[in-house]
Design a protein around this ligand. Structure first.
Ligand code: SF4
Length: 182
């Protein structure tokens, strides 16, 4: 079976570079054993190299954005992400990273200066107005995840112009207005 590294949805090209996460979100298809999205099977047979990811991108300029996403946290593979993002920028493409916002916690330093050099936009999963709701739905494996995600979110606009925060509406106890206030 050929591995789906890149996949197109609407005008964006998405890149799946890992199936690992430090979260185990209860609402995530991956947690429920389903690795498909819009008809694409994102099962990771092996973690693709930077060369394989680059080879899976035809022409980044023909997409609105090239998005690091998939059923895994892309910043866990920070070096591969940065190398591929630099390549996309060199080719004239636009780069977005969909992330859990735990990059600095995992890598134990401020990664935003590196990301800011080659990432145009960030979409960060906030998913809760407080730690209790976050722990309930995102089930972090690393202590301090909620606070680390908030710190990353506060810091991000100093390095990246376009930062969006998201939450999954309808989860038990989730307060969307409170999330918006954050
Ligand atoms: S961080 Fe993303 S990919 Fe990982 S379990 Fe949560 S929703 Fe799924």
């Amino acid at each position: 079976m050929a591995q789906q590294i890149s996949y197109q949805i609407d005008n964006n090209l998405y890149l799946s570079i890992t199936d690992r996460c430090t979260l185990e979100c209860v609402f995530c298809p991956k947690t429920l054993g389903d690795m498909t999205v819009k008809g694409y099977d994102l099962t990771i047979i092996h973690r693709p190299t930077e060369e394989e990811v680059i080879a899976s991108i035809d022409d980044p300029t023909q997409y609105e954005e090239v998005v690091f996403c998939g059923y895994g946290e892309p910043t866990l593979r920070l070096n591969v992400l940065l190398e591929v993002a630099r390549h996309i920028k060199q080719q004239g493409g636009r780069v977005r990273v969909n992330t859990d916002g735990l990059c600095n916690l995992v890598h134990k330093h401020n990664t935003l200066p590196e990301l800011g050099e080659c990432v145009d936009s960030l979409s960060i999963s906030l998913n809760a107005q407080n730690q209790e709701i976050y722990d309930l739905h995102c089930r972090p494996n690393l202590p301090g995840s909620y606070e680390a995600m908030l710190d990353f979110t506060r810091e991000a606009p100093s390095y990246i112009a376009d930062v969006t925060v998201s939450a999954v509406d309808g989860l038990e106890g989730l307060d969307i207005p409170a999330c918006k206030a954050i």
